[in-house]
Design a binder for this molecule. Structure first.
Ligand SMILES: [Zn+2]
Length: 332
């Protein structure tokens, strides 16, 4: 078992001496009163700088045509920098991005499970989570949810959170423009809301890759981008021990872990890696007296996002039932 540690600067509350397993109390922060409504997009300094650079380059060429190679060069360089920021999943250069839980989460950690639902793996993941009375956040793919709605219903019914991982999980997601991004994300919002009965509040980009058009779309749909603190590469790595090591080395309060129930790698016996890794991770967290929470439960008491201004009107979802916009009480 790798040693558990705490990176510097992290607030760590004194853990309780005993853990309550009754009614899932160990996973809660407090009842959810917080909902992310549509927000006004506010560009990050990098985006503002890029816009200013474009204007400056245009003005320079207008004033002195011979300067065009320099102007074009600086514009190309700024685009390359934005592209690099989009290829870095944990970057906050393009907009707010949860790479860890907020300080108010105390000694809680979050388990996020991507790319499902999968009719073979998801039910077994749910059973393992029940064994430790742990609540997780499932970033579901809309098309998979449509194929296996009973899995999404089971995720919600057993107290976990269902969040948005796009409708089709396309590999070229990050190459799309704002309209296509919105179509893809809004389709998943509608699908997941309709099946789970709860509107997703978080979005995770396929493979974590994105572009500068994503954040304005998320603001309009009332979604918060979430990445992770540490991931095990369990869709590629067939060595469960190595995956566990990656997830648990230095595990600390407020960490967001990433595993997969969809696209899961399998070991030599054909067993999905996540099913071998999960008991180790759940036991390690229990032994370290870290408590599980969902991302949406951690929203409570969180200070407003610096990148967006909350508007009063929540986004309307086409085709979503009226009760679908209700928020869960968040008590787990
Ligand atoms: Zn994914």
């Amino acid at each position: 078992m790798p040693p558990l540690g705490r990176p510097g600067g992290r607030h760590h509350e004194a853990p309780p001496r005993s853990l309550s397993f009754a009614g899932g109390i160990m996973n809660s922060i407090s009842p959810i009163g917080t909902a992310i409504g549509a927000r006004r997009w506010k560009p990050t300094p990098v985006i503002s700088g890029t816009i200013a650079l474009h204007a400056g380059a245009a003005a320079a060429v207008a004033a002195q045509h011979a300067w065009w190679p320099w102007a074009a060069g600086s514009v190309v360089a700024s685009h390359l920098a934005l592209t690099a920021a989009g290829l870095w999943p944990r970057s906050t250069l393009l907009g707010p991005n949860w790479t860890a839980l907020p300080a108010s989460a105390g000694n809680r950690i979050a388990l996020t499970i991507d790319d499902g639902p999968d009719p073979d793996v998801t039910p077994r993941v749910l059973d393992l989570l029940d064994r430790y009375d742990a609540r997780a956040t499932f970033f579901c793919i809309g098309d998979a949810a449509r194929r296996y709605p009973h899995c999404v219903e089971a995720i919600a019914a057993r107290g976990h959170a269902v969040e948005n991982h796009s409708q089709r999980h396309r590999h070229h997601f990050s190459l799309q423009g704002p309209r296509a991004l919105r179509r893809e994300i809004e389709a998943a919002q509608n699908t997941l809301t309709e099946i789970s009965g709860v509107r997703p509040l978080f979005f995770r980009a396929p493979a974590g890759l994105r572009n500068p058009f994503l954040e304005p779309v998320l603001c309009a749909l009332g979604l918060q981008l979430a990445s992770w603190t540490r991931r095990g590469f369990d869709t590629r790595n067939r060595d469960a021990e190595a995956v566990s090591r990656r997830l648990l080395a230095g595990l600390a309060a407020r960490d967001i872990l990433l595993l997969h129930d969809g696209h899961a790698a399998r070991d030599a016996q054909g067993k999905p890696i996540v099913l071998e890794v999960l008991p180790t991770v759940l036991k390690a967290a229990h032994d370290a007296q870290l408590r599980w929470t969902t991302l949406r439960a951690a929203l409570d008491s969180r200070p407003p996002s610096p990148g967006c201004t909350t508007l009063t009107q929540a986004p309307k979802l086409a085709g979503a039932p009226a009760e679908a916009n209700r928020q869960p009480d968040g008590t787990q």
